[in-house]
Design a protein around this ligand. Structure first.
Ligand SMILES: Cc1ncc(COP(=O)(O)O)c(C=O)c1O
Length: 360
């Protein structure tokens, strides 16, 4: 057993409720049984209810990247336009390239947002089949204006897919405006890693009929066929994680999506106020800050590594900057089951450490 692990304020995996952890200890069921149909059918209904949608919902045994690859393979024969402003947007573009698609990239610099006018410059009606954009860029703490980009894509006869891996179920997203919304469950969904969700429009399902070489594991048509027949998966899903998902959905339905969003906004505000009060800066472009994770510009030049080492000694963990931003920024996640008092406790502890070091 790994003991005394710190409480997680990192942008995934996030803290998991004890009830959810215990749900995974239930006896395993067969994946071709009535019990499984009830479990998975119920999960899909609960997700639809929480997101206020009739769009098709699929749960994959994979992390989010699998479904990002799936979106490209299911929806694109040739041309896809990517909007990116950080590590994960770039990754999605690379996924398209690796899959042999003709992928073009609209790049907003680190910390900046992808704006509709930037997409408009490259988007060609009749050419681009899909616009793929990150909703919440976890590396920089930027939330892109994807509603406006979705409108633009549809006006130009393209489908729109968003990577809401680190925002769905924390931030409020109207999934009905998109053709594919993707999330991983180890973030704002607050589950252990191992599952991913896709929310898919009828228009996307229609487009798939004309797309070749969609593969098998992430083939949305194969998934839907099995669901429609038996409310089951074509392959063996991670049963204990589905138990956990069902329990977490009960918790989220009880809280309600609006209240859940408001709790995330409260936590974001606490972190933003602290950042300004202590003389740090927000890394994200003003007006485009993420609701679920704050990337702090390390304007005071602290050692991020030392801070995190000290936090871990006190049972807490934040995240350093991503890749090139390792010491230039640090990230505080305020997502999932964390509460405003959790965030206040973390910020007090950071203050205690930095004051002792004479930073302020
Ligand atoms: C915005 C974003 N997209 C994609 C991913 C990749 O997700 P996964 O690790 O679940 O494959 C992450 C993971 O941190 C992410 O934050």
């Amino acid at each position: 057993m790994i003991e005394n692990t710190p409480k997680l304020f990192i942008p995934g995996p996030t803290e998991v409720d004890d009830r959810v952890r215990l749900a995974m200890a239930q006896r395993v069921i067969g994946h071709r049984t009535k019990e499984m149909s009830e479990l998975y059918g119920g999960i899909v209904e609960k997700i639809q209810k929480l997101l206020n949608t009739n769009h098709i919902v699929m749960v994959f045994t994979s992390s989010g990247t699998g479904v990002m690859e799936g979106a490209v393979r299911n929806l694109v024969n040739e041309n896809v336009l990517h909007g990116a402003c950080g590590a994960f947007g770039k990754r999605w573009y690379e996924i398209s390239v690796y899959n042999g698609k003709n992928a073009e990239l609209v790049w907003a610099d680190w910390g900046r947002a992808v704006k509709p006018e930037m997409i408009a410059e490259k988007l060609e009606k009749g050419k681009h089949e899909l616009v793929a954009v990150t909703h919440n860029e976890t590396s920089t703490g930027v939330r892109n204006p994807t509603d406006d980009i979705a409108k633009l894509a549809h006006e130009n006869d393209a489908l729109i897919a968003i990577d809401a891996v680190s925002s769905l179920f924390g931030d409020l997203i109207d999934v009905n405006k998109y053709d594919v919304v993707i999330t991983s469950t180890q973030k704002a969904f607050a589950l252990p890693p191992g599952l991913a969700v896709a929310v898919i429009s009828d228009a996307a399902m229609e487009k798939m009929k004309s797309v070749k070489n969609k593969g098998y594991y992430f083939n949305f048509e194969v998934m839907l066929k099995k669901f429609e027949k038996a409310k089951q998966h074509p392959t063996t899903p991670a049963v204990p994680l589905l138990y956990a998902m069902d329990e977490q959905l009960n918790i989220m339905l009880k809280e309600g999506m609006q209240a859940r969003y408001e709790r995330h906004v409260k936590m974001q505000k606490l972190v933003h106020d602290w950042v300004k009060k202590r003389g740090f800066d927000l890394f994200a472009e003003k007006g485009y800050e993420s609701v679920t994770v704050t990337t702090v510009a390390n304007t005071l030049g602290i050692s991020v590594k030392e801070l995190n080492d000290e936090l871990v000694k006190r049972g807490l963990r934040i995240s350093n900057g991503y890749g090139e931003l390792k010491e230039k920024t640090f990230r505080i996640a305020h997502m999932g089951q964390l509460t405003p008092p959790d965030i206040m406790g973390l910020l007090d502890t950071i203050d205690e450490i930095l004051e002792a070091k004479g930073v302020y």
